[in-house]
Design a protein around this ligand. Structure first.
Ligand code: EPZ
Length: 421
């Protein structure tokens, strides 16, 4: 087991290269189940979660060949409709094989994903959606067992108490690609990663319209073909480095990043005093003289992303005043508060809101990674803290970031990877 050791205080500077989006790669990998032909996925982010998904695809009849920032997916001739607990329970995103398995094989047995530290993570909307398409669904021994001779198009409402669902939209979009007629999903998730999936499916020959809007239409086709496709940049990775630069009052340039996917962060950081400007696929971050307190509430896209909430809280811990953070997507996503407080932050939770009283400085401490983004927040805090911060259980981090410590070192951070004793 390894830990990351950070000596705080260095201002980040220089260039960082953003990888492909994890949350686009996972459903796009699942979508390769909809064809037996070869798919080449470029700008591919190699990390624990995408490797887990590749292993799952191999158990479902695919052969994966890894290249530099790319994978090639072909069929191994042994298709299976069973996605095992061992694999699905380690990575919730793998639940999005349900839709493509049902569409391609007319049946799917997929383990229910566990909950995780950020919340219960129900899948009721996924099940509601495939039932609306005419699938028969049973839940047995922790598995969803779905069958359907012929899926039929329908107009469905897919909103939950927290609004639209990213992976439920992805699952139903994929389940509907061969269904006779036009399926309409409302409210569909508008996240750029869902749009990327729709664009990938259309390149395969699907007929999807309205992606990126709350009303998406899928007109069934007979067959999908293999394609070559390049994944969009990871806006959450980009946002994490932007907040790391902001907290260290550094000046950095992000390459292969798309600022249009981060307009809410641009807006909020302008209030903080941090300036972001974009020119041809590069984003320049200029520091604030002083960090002004800014309150945020997370919402489905284009609202403030819940996946940047923890990292933004780390920045607010050093603001000149009080800010309030509300998470409307995962009301319990505050595990990072206790760890930030151990570093000298002054944050308290009241239900689904956190009240952050900015402090003059944070102090290095030994902290425990847990949720992927909470781990990133602790590192962001450690970069600005006085003294040494040790982050344990960094496998959580490796699930969702490509070479996080390496990229931070290239920006001048004093961060090293050390074997746990
Ligand atoms: C995706 O998860 C992302 N994961 C998450 O990123 C991200 O936090 C989340 O979307 C919200 O943006 C992937 O794309 C692999 P949801 P997903 O369904 O699709 C509720 C990361 O760090 N809900 O959009 O599982 C749910 O409880 C990860 O990269 C239902 O009620 O999230 C939540 O409150 C963490 N019923 C809200 O909807 C359902 O059937 C949004 O969840 C499904 C979801």
């Amino acid at each position: 087991m390894e830990k990351l050791v950070i000596e705080g205080g260095a201002k980040l500077k220089g260039d960082v290269y953003i990888s492909g989006a994890k949350n686009a790669a996972l459903p796009i990998m699942a979508a390769t189940l909809l064809t037996d032909e070869e798919c080449v996925i470029n700008n591919f982010p190699m990390m624990r979660d995408t490797v887990t998904m590749a292993k799952l695809l191999e158990s479902l009849g695919k052969k994966i060949k890894y290249g530099k920032n790319k994978i090639t997916v072909t069929s191994n001739g042994k298709p299976s409709h069973v996605a095992s607990y061992e694999l699905v329970s380690t990575m919730r995103g793998s639940f999005c094989v349900l839709g493509p398995l049902l569409a391609k094989l007319k049946k799917a047995t997929v383990s229910l994903p566990g909950g995780c530290v950020i919340g219960v993570r129900p899948v009721d909307l996924h099940i509601k959606g495939i039932k609306a398409l005419g699938a028969k669904v049973e839940i047995e021994n922790g598995y969803v067992i779905a069958t359907a001779n012929k899926l039929k198009a329908t107009h469905m409402y897919l909103g939950g108490v927290f609004g639209s669902s990213v992976l439920a939209t992805a699952n139903i979009m994929m389940a509907a690609v061969f269904a006779d007629g036009e399926t309409i999903i409302e409210p569909a998730a508008c996240e750029p990663e869902v749009t990327d999936l729709a664009n990938f499916l259309n390149k395969m020959g699907a007929k999807i319209k309205g992606q990126g809007s709350p009303r998406v239409s899928i007109t069934g086709v007979k067959k999908l073909k293999g394609v070559t496709y390049s994944i969009i940049p990871d806006r959450i990775e980009a946002g994490t480095y932007i907040l790391a630069a902001a907290i260290t009052k550094g000046t950095i340039t992000l390459h292969n990043a798309n600022l249009e996917h981060l307009m809410v962060l641009v807006d909020k950081l302008k209030e903080v005093g941090v300036n972001l400007e974009s020119k041809n696929n590069k984003i320049k971050v200029s520091p604030a003289k002083e960090i002004k307190p800014v309150s945020i509430t997370t919402y489905p896209y284009p609202g403030f992303p819940t996946d940047l909430q923890a990292q933004f809280m780390a920045l607010m811990a050093l603001a000149e005043g009080v800010s309030i953070i509300t998470d409307k997507v995962y009301p319990d996503r505050f595990i990072h508060i206790a760890e930030l407080d151990r570093m000298g932050a002054n944050i308290r939770r009241e239900g689904s809101i956190a009240i952050i009283e900015g402090v003059k400085e944070l102090r290095g401490a030994a902290v425990m990674a847990s949720d992927l983004r909470a781990s990133a927040a602790l590192i962001v805090a450690g970069l600005a803290a006085r003294g040494k911060t040790e982050v344990h259980r960094i496998y959580h981090l490796e699930r969702g970031y490509v070479d996080f410590d390496g990229k931070l070192r290239s920006l001048g951070a004093k961060i090293s990877r050390v074997q746990e004793k």
